[in-house]
Design a protein around this ligand. Structure first.
Ligand code: DCP
Ligand code: CA
Length: 393
């Protein structure tokens, strides 16, 4: 059976999220990245702005010169992260064989899913519709027998595209396209290939392998295979990570112990909530500190048995923190706490330990409230001072 791989990529992602939140921006040239008098570059440009030649990576000042009527927005990352999570959740409803590649881009292996949706094409339409109706965003989808061809197809179909390359048509689909369209070919590789008289993917597909290898080593061979539509890479769902950690860098280095402890408590609660959400317990707790001079230390403690309570993570982290602070007098620039050696919870022992049981019940109750009303809906005494500092979720 030939594989059916989908590449799904949101159109003008940062800009589109801003347009959903502020519909007045729709249909206008919009740039996310900063104000035109700032030094940065364009992160995302709406398709209306692209008509003026604007693109990601262009200095804001240049963008302003080419398109003075554009609306410039600084943007804010948490909005894009939220949209990304909801995007991936929709895709995960369609197939467990899902590989997120970046915030707004994923591969999905749809091989054998025809029977559920009628055809893979219809499946892609259903995906696009859900993204549109639930997120207000537009996705472009490429479908092909391999990752590389699917990615080129989604790119070629933009915006609001859907392009399927039939099995057997890969080479003829790629051949007329300029080499820069092939994933893996950056500016430098493009220059070298052009100097060799290779301008289209078709030119590359018939170029002598020896010459490519002598210029690019092993990746010369990969490019040659890609140009011929050959790409055996599987869609790889991310493996569950073996650790969970949170850290924060302070705006100003600090020696304030109660502030450090409160931060540690907050971070411990976040790690604990993640741990419980994954249904795991941890045997190992690691504290990380970076000092003003950028030296970084980690201190680790192994528990006699697994735990998933905020209190255990915090208590252990606090012991490690006190020891570390007594040994090093420099101000602290960053603090982090992590857990590893994750195990499935073993319940029997806890039943014998009433106080451990109470703690677990308390943590579960807090998690329920936080899931419903946001993380800061409940504050423990130590983290109260952060009420307005940290984001709600
Ligand atoms: N991004 C960025 N800086 C870049 C490129 C991208 O910050 N140099 C961010 C902003 C984009 C997002 O990543 O919105 C996704 O990148 P894409 O390359 O997929 O570009 P877009 O989604 O903006 O546009 P397209 O419709 O071409 O996919
Ligand atoms: Ca995109």
């Amino acid at each position: 059976m030939t594989r059916r791989i989908m590449h799904i990529d949101l159109d003008a992602f940062f800009v589109s999220v801003e347009q959903v939140l502020n519909p007045e921006l729709k249909g206008k040239p919009v740039v996310v990245g900063g104000r035109p008098d700032q030094r940065g570059v364009v992160a995302a440009a709406s398709y209306e702005a692209r008509a003026f030649g604007l693109h990601a990576g262009m200095p804001l000042a240049t963008a302003n010169r080419l398109c003075p009527q554009a609306i410039f927005i600084e943007g804010s990352f948490p909005k894009y992260r939220d949209a990304s999570q909801r995007f991936m959740a929709i895709l995960a409803d369609f197939s467990p064989y899902l590989e997120p590649v970046s915030l707004d881009e994923a591969y999905l292996d749809a091989t054998g899913f025809e029977s559920i949706h009628g055809s893979i094409h219809q499946m892609a339409q259903a995906i696009k519709q859900r993204i549109e109706s639930e997120l207000g965003l537009c996705a472009s989808v490429g479908i092909a027998s391999s990752k590389v061809v699917a990615k080129v197809a989604s790119e070629m179909s933009k915006p609001d595209g859907l392009l399927e390359v039939a099995a057997g048509q890969e080479v003829s689909f790629l051949a007329p396209l300029p080499i820069a369209k092939l994933p893996g070919i950056g500016k430098k590789t493009e220059r070298i290939l052009r100097s060799l008289g290779i301008h289209t993917i078709g030119d590359l597909s018939v170029a002598p392998l020896g010459a490519l290898k002598s210029h690019f080593g092993a990746s010369g061979e990969v490019l040659h295979r890609y140009a011929n539509g050959i790409d055996e890479r599987e869609v790889e769902p991310p493996r569950a990570s073996k650790s969970i950690s949170r850290e924060t860098t302070f705006g100003k280095d600090t020696r304030d112990r109660s502030f450090l402890q409160a931060t540690l408590r907050y971070l411990s609660e976040r790690v604990g909530a993640d741990l419980r959400q994954r249904g795991k317990q941890a045997r190992c707790i690691t504290l990380k500190l970076r000092y003003a001079d950028f030296t970084t230390i980690t201190r680790r403690y192994t528990l006699s048995r697994g735990s998933d309570t905020d209190q255990t993570i915090f208590d252990t982290g606090l012991k490690l923190l006190k020891t570390a602070l007594s040994q090093q007098k420099q101000p602290v620039r960053l603090i982090g706490i992590g857990v590893s050696h994750l195990t499935e919870p073993g319940r029997q022992l806890d039943m014998l330990d009433a106080s451990a049981q109470r703690r677990e019940q308390l943590n579960r109750a807090i998690d329920r409230i936080r899931n419903k009303y946001g993380f800061t809906a409940i504050q423990t005494g130590r983290t109260l001072r952060f009420r307005d500092v940290f984001p709600h979720r």
